[in-house]
Design a protein around this ligand. Sequence first.
Ligand code: MG
Length: 157
Amino acid sequence: MRIGHGFDAHRFAAGRRLVLGGVDIVHPLGMEAHSDGDVVIHALCDALLGAAGLGDIGRHFPDTDPRWKGVDSRVLLRDVGAQLRAAGLRIANVDLTVVAQQPRLSPYFEAMQANLAADLGLARPQVNLKGTTTERMGFTGREEGIAAFAVALLEGP
Ligand code: MG
C-alpha cells in the first residue's frame, strides 16, 4: 500500500470561471490560475503523484509551459491516472476536502465525484468528497480563495 497527500489553493479573481472537480460552479468570481484553477483536481493529482513517488503536479505540468495555459484540469488528472497504471499501481480510494466559505458546494458534489471517478476509471464509492468552511477565519474564511486537501491510497509494487 502507498499513501499520498495533496494540497492546493487559488485566489478568487473577477472574469474567470470557477471550475471545481471539473464542474462549472455558478459564482460571480472564478480562480486566478495559469490553468483552469481547479484546486480539487490539483490537490488530487498531487496526492496521486505523491503516493506513486512521482513528484508533484508542477513537475509534470509546469505553469511556465504554454501547453498548460487554460488547460482543462481533467486532462491532467487523466494523464496522472495513466502514469499510475503504467507504473502498475491501482487506486484503492481517494478522499478530498474542499475549503470554501462561499459558494455553497454541496449541490455540486455528486457531479464532481462522478467526474473524478470517470477520469480515474474508479467506481463511485472509491471517490469521496467533503466540504467545510473555516468559520470565517483565514483566507478562505475571508472569501479570498478556495483550498482543497486530498489523500490517496494506492496498491501495487
Ligand atoms: Mg493549482
